[in-house]
Design a protein around this ligand. Structure first.
Ligand code: ADP
Ligand code: MG
Length: 807
């Protein structure tokens, strides 16, 4: 498009070609310059022609080729989303992650100059959408809810499903739903010419698109695939010679060295979780004396850093990962892998100061957006990130990527129902995405903290779609609520196996959400209205008994959100590694006292949350949610080691649930939102526990060492976390394990009672395999229960008899 120096208003121009409507957008020259170099822009005509001729189009383009920022603009310029065009409906763009929805909306708005106000975003509880909105970025979950409300998606003229390669459950379900929505709109358009067909564009950064294109249940004829060749700038990939177990330490070494040796350019470091990010950030700040007045404590490099013994296949240390013939004169090729590298010296002689920023999903949004701001002059931007930064985000100025090659993933064992969060190797596709982050604003380098042998041998080509890795009763309920009785027939891009579908249906029958023949019941239909998992939705519907409703809502909102509590190991700094015969130095003694002080305070706070001395996780959470409502400030959260961002969201969710109850269920029409809660009475606490049990009646564990015929117990437990429990529905016992018992997770208040005080019955939310901490002598991973609450035998008996609540 020609550049126009004058800001223009919408200019409908009618002509005789097929593209009969267009909108001129004026962009700043510097924006225009960047745009014109993007491979996707070179394909604009082909893409738009395909969109005009087909209702479903797939676009494949490497990371950074311009898909997310440009394709919505192409549609806008062709009249989609303009009020007086033939296609006035909005352009919807979905993202699997909230931070991407927010930041991409901002970027596209900026690029579109005076049309920027036409770009908005909507994420859960937060949005900027208004009457002016033409392009709406949103999370896939938001659009999924909208489909449930209007199966024809009449508000939209086009939907772009972005990052389809990530294969989030929501994206997968959306693609399945939209294949039907497109058909429906085609039929509607035939009957009523004022209705236009819906355009569906699926965008992927990897070539694993055959699940969408060659899937006849999804699309009868394969949609056209358009390809935008090439990445914008080349990225040189360097493999490590050895793969280190302690990759955080290794990242520290490479970053330290890279900071000294590499020419200017930001670093983006991929780690697996908040914990590691905090740890590494602290190490860097200590070593490079960032923002420190007095000399910090000495930096320790653990000597126990044993490399995995792998022979490296000789690929050469650097593999050129670009398919571009880009020729860069100031190409630097610096090997950070010298064995004789020592951080002990010259730690404060770096060429620039470091500007270290964390980036992970639980970080407050305001903090997250800091990564997009320019780093202070004379500093090197160093971003320590989780997977959040793997796709979609462009962080200006990043030139070097450090990739640990791992990620923390939820795993779900379909036969046993045991979940785990395991750190494992990423896929080759993810590794290439991560490398791609270095080439977005200029040529870059990716330092992989693993060898090419490990990469070749242990990395799968693509990650498994999320739908195969989690319980799907929520998905099944949503589909049934949309009148899809036979969920097996739903056009899943990758169908879940029949066993998971069957067990989901069983659970839903159990919760009275569907009839024994698989039809949705009126209870089930009501349950599907709430943004809660089916178990929680079920609890909600009995939650008014004993005057408990505001508490039930607060509790369910709390249980649905991410973890409120900041774990102990992130609050209390780790003690230095010392040999037994070494004495503490004076400075270390001061540090140790400091540590003990934090520990005491942390423990006191945790204990105070355990209202009425109750040891139930659910009641502790309720207490936090209740106290926060009285003092909803960041300062309070900091003082109580809980997450402000999560608690604020819980507050919003409480309000939303209350509104939904009031507006959708006649019996609840008079319900008022009660933000400030007094502590519940002892009777209410009892009732709440029983309600929780009612939603998790198949998740009961019974203390094993108290029964008259205890199973083989090796030794008398001395700690609560060693007390063996057996699950009531022992599906996980089928496992070929030597240890059939499950144990309380250390994060539970129950973990701190004496073994004698451990309750006979507990209700749990899920089971988790936990690898033993590196420092402990135990080697076998244990299955741990995430307790929701203790419960009495009498209450369980009442539930079994079908009495919903005891008096
Ligand atoms: P894709 O979706 O294909 O991965 P994007 O459309 O997100 O690519 O980005 C294309 C290009 O636009 C980037 O390579 C970069 O040059 C530029 N860009 C995107 N977002 C920003 C931003 N926030 N700041 C500066 N440049 C950006
Ligand atoms: Mg993108």
């Amino acid at each position: 498009p020609e550049q126009d120096p004058l800001p223009l208003e919408l200019q409908p121009t009618m002509n005789t070609s097929r593209r009969s409507f267009s909108v001129a957008v004026s962009r700043l020259p510097e924006i225009q310059e960047v745009r014109l170099k993007l491979p996707v822009v070179a394909e604009e005509q082909k893409i738009m022609e395909a969109v005009h001729n087909n209702n479903i189009v797939v676009i494949y383009g490497a990371t950074g080729s311009g898909k997310t920022t440009q394709v919505p603009q192409f549609l806008f310029e062709a009249g989609y989303g303009s009020p007086d065009s033939p296609t006035p409906g909005m352009i919807g763009v979905t993202q699997p992650r909230r931070v991407a929805a927010v930041s991409m909306a901002k970027r596209v708005g900026d690029e579109m100059g005076n049309h920027g106000k036409r770009v908005a975003y909507q994420i859960r509880f937060e949005g900027t959408v208004g009457a002016q909105t033409s392009i709406k970025f949103m999370t896939d979950g938001v659009l999924l809810r909208e489909v449930a409300q209007d199966i024809a998606l009449r508000k939209y003229s086009a939907i772009i499903i972005d990052e389809a390669h990530e294969r989030s459950v929501n994206t997968d379900i959306l693609i399945g739903m939209l294949s039907r929505v497109v058909k429906l709109r085609e039929e509607m358009a035939i009957e009523d010419p004022s209705i236009k067909p819906l355009k569906l564009i699926i965008m992927s950064a990897t070539l694993r698109i055959t699940d969408f294109t060659h899937n006849t249940t999804l699309f009868a004829t394969p949609p056209p695939v358009l390809q935008a060749e090439g990445r914008q700038y080349p990225v040189t990939v360097h493999f490590a010679r050895k793969t280190h177990h302690d990759y955080v330490e290794e990242a520290f070494r490479k970053i330290s060295k890279g900071h000294k040796k590499l020419p200017p350019g930001g670093f983006l470091v991929f780690l697996t979780g908040q914990n590691e990010i905090t740890q590494l950030s602290k190490r860097l700040k200590e070593a490079f004396r960032i923002g420190q007045t007095a000399a910090g404590p000495p930096v320790r490099i653990s000597a126990k850093d044993a490399p995995i013994e792998t022979e490296d296949i000789d690929f050469g240390d650097a593999i050129d990962d670009n398919n571009d013939d880009y020729d860069d004169e100031d190409e630097v090729d610096i090997d950070l892998d010298d064995a004789d590298f020592d951080v002990g010296e010259e730690t404060d002689t770096g060429p620039a100061k470091m500007h270290v920023l964390p980036l992970y999903s639980l970080l407050p949004t305001r903090e997250q957006l800091k990564v997009f701001e320019p780093a202070p002059d004379g500093t090197r931007l160093i971003i320590l990130a989780t997977n959040v930064a793997e796709t979609s985000l462009t962080i200006p100025g990043i030139r070097y990527v450090f990739d640990c090659g791992r990620s923390k993933e939820r795993k779900y064992d379909r036969t046993t129902g045991v979940q785990s969060f395991e750190v494992g190797w990423i896929s080759k596709a993810s590794a290439s995405q991560r490398a791609g982050r270095a080439g977005r604003t200029g040529p870059g380098h990716c330092y992989r903290l693993y060898s090419s042998a490990v990469y070749e041998r242990d990395f799968s080509e693509f990650a498994e779609p999320e739908i195969l890795r989690m319980p799907i009763e929520g998905v099944v309920l949503q589909l049934k609520a949309m009148n899809l009785q036979h969920v097996v027939n739903f056009p899943f891009p990758t169908p879940p196996d029949r066993q998971s579908l069957a067990s989901s249906e069983k659970l839903l029958t159990y919760l009275s959400a569907i009839s024994p023949t698989g039809q949705i019941t009126s209870t089930g239909a009501t349950m599907s209205i709430f943004p809660l998992s089916p178990r929680f939705a079920r609890i909600l519907l009995i939650g008014h008994l004993h005057d408990c409703l505001p508490y039930t809502i607060a509790l369910l909102a709390g249980l649905s959100a991410a973890d409120v509590f900041i774990p102990e190991n992130q609050v209390i700094p780790a003690a230095p590694v010392k040999d037994e015969d070494e004495y503490l130095t004076n400075a270390e003694r001061v540090e140790e006292d400091f540590r003990q002080g934090i520990r005491r305070k942390f423990n006191k706070v945790q204990k105070d949350f355990c209202f009425l001395d109750d040891k139930s996780d659910a009641i502790k959470l309720l207490q936090v949610v209740g106290e926060f409502a009285h003092e909803p400030t960041e300062a309070w959260c900091q003082a109580h080691y809980v997450r402000f961002k999560v608690l604020k969201e819980i507050l919003q969710l409480r309000k939303q649930i209350t509104d939904l109850l009031r507006t959708n269920i006649t019996a609840f029409a008079g319900v008022k939102y009660q933000e400030k809660l007094d502590p519940p009475s002892a009777k209410q606490v009892k009732a709440l526990k029983q309600m929780v049990a009612a939603g998790f009646i198949d998740h009961i564990a019974i203390r094993a060492d108290l029964s008259p015929n205890p199973p083989e117990i090796r030794r008398k437990p001395t700690r609560a976390i060693d007390v063996p429990y057996l699950t009531l529905f022992p599906s996980h016992l089928k496992r070929d394990d030597d240890d059939k018992a499950v144990y309380i997770h250390p994060s539970s208040p129950l973990a701190h009672v004496s073994p004698q005080e451990c309750p006979e019955y507990i209700v749990y939310s899920y089971l988790q395999r936990v690898a033993p901490a590196a420092a402990t002598p135990e080697k076998i991973p244990k299955t741990r229960v995430h307790a929701l609450t203790d419960i009495t035998g009498g209450q369980l008996a009442a539930l079994a008899k079908g009495t919903p609540l005891l008096h």
